[in-house]
Design a protein around this ligand. Structure first.
Ligand code: ADP
Ligand code: MG
Length: 344
């Protein structure tokens, strides 16, 4: 019991810090170890390889009651490619490791692999290996993604400076609202299996939950615009949590503005349906897999008017703190309330 309590107190990030404390890197080729979206390994004078692993566990990250296996396969790849994109790198290979119980028929694993194949085709990545095991219960998928980047284009979480602009791709909060709708319909179905799920009007947000995309296109747009962000992270745990990662790593503060946060109309409507504030869903929802990055003010002209990118705030001095400015102009301290699988 006491061990469990300690884990809860540490939280996910505290635990990673705690465990990795004793490790130092010894190879000069290890440019960046633990602490960013992907590790960075030198492969030549000008190029680096980036490597990232993410694990999806049944009952924690997905529910097979409403997650089609093909979508799950696709999403498992995408969440890993998203971390590669967050380094401003191009994904090239993946490995796939699976553990599943004997209750899974061959057809189910084939469906999962159809999704994995679809993602490999869309993102032009090669499946180059993996591992397969049985498990006592449930399905676990662990994917490692490998990418490539020019050394002078690598974008860490730690490079943001005071006065830089904070930019986000796409729109936020949709995947979280999609999850709320799916969870609600699951409960209705459990109570009465004869009632058909009511998903009318929720197509966009459900798609954002079940079939997210990695913003490889944003990395390409930035290259075309000749903009190298000063810092970047992907939004897996919610905007607030990711902004705080950038602020902490870069030793800066920030101001973000409520009215600037891009939220799709369908997300707002669903949020209102659930009595939730759309901005709260964007701040704390997670699983958007959009890119959050900072750029120098002098790059503003290049990204201005781009329909895929929205400036939501700017970086400040570390001592000024991290604030969300609401629609009335009140400054509220930014707090991370994203997913934390260890409770906390
Ligand atoms: P992301 O949300 O971008 O996938 P995480 O929050 O999962 O990143 O991980 C943050 C950092 O901690 C990464 O560098 C990751 O490789 C590292 N990390 C996570 N879990 C472990 C672990 N069990 N052992 C060593 N490093 C880990
Ligand atoms: Mg990430």
């Amino acid at each position: 019991m006491s061990e469990q309590k300690d884990l809860n107190q540490l939280g996910e990030f505290g635990l990673i810090d705690h465990l990795s404390n004793e490790f130092t890197t010894i190879h000069p080729s290890t440019i960046k170890g633990i602490g960013d979206d992907a590790a960075v390994i030198s492969v030549s004078e000008t190029e680096a390889m980036v490597v990232s692993t993410d694990m999806l566990v049944e009952g924690i990250h997905f529910n097979l009651m409403y997650t089609p296996l093909m979508h799950l396969g696709y999403k498992s790849v995408v969440v890993n490619l998203s971390d590669i994109c967050a380094m401003n790198a191009k994904p090239e290979q993946i490995t796939v490791s699976l553990a599943f119980s004997s209750k899974f028929p061959l057809e189910a694993i084939e469906e999962l692999y159809k999704g994995i194949k679809a993602a490999c085709d869309v993102y032009k990545v090669d499946l180059v290996g993996g591992d397969t095991s049985t498990s006592y219960s449930g399905l676990t998928i662990s994917i490692t993604a490998i990418g490539r980047v020019q050394k002078d284009k690598i974008t860490y979480r730690s490079g943001a400076n005071e006065y830089d602009l904070l930019v986000v791709s796409g729109d936020l909060g949709a995947a979280y609202m999609g999850l709320q709708v799916l969870e609600r319909e699951k409960e209705v179905f459990k109570a009465n299996p004869d009632i058909q799920p009511d998903l009318e009007g929720f197509d966009y947000i459900i798609k954002r939950q079940l079939k997210p995309e990695a913003r490889k296109d944003i990395v390409e747009f930035l290259a075309e615009l000749e903009v190298v962000p000063t810092a970047m992270i992907d939004i897996s745990d919610g905007l607030a949590s990711e902004i705080l990662h950038i602020c902490k790593s870069s030793k800066v503060g920030c101001h973000i503005y409520d009215e600037k946060i891009p939220i799709d109309g369908a997300t707002s409507l669903a949020a209102i349906d659930f009595n939730l504030d759309p901005a709260t869903c964007a701040l704390n929802g997670g699983e958007d897999y959009e890119l959050l990055f900072t750029v120098k003010q002098s790059d503003y002209e290049k990204i201005k008017g781009n329909p895929h990118m929205t400036v939501i705030g700017h970086m400040t001095n570390e001592n000024d703190g991290c604030y969300f400015i609401d629609k009335n102009g009140s400054a509220i301290t930014l707090k991370a309330q994203g997913w934390n699988h260890f409770g906390q």
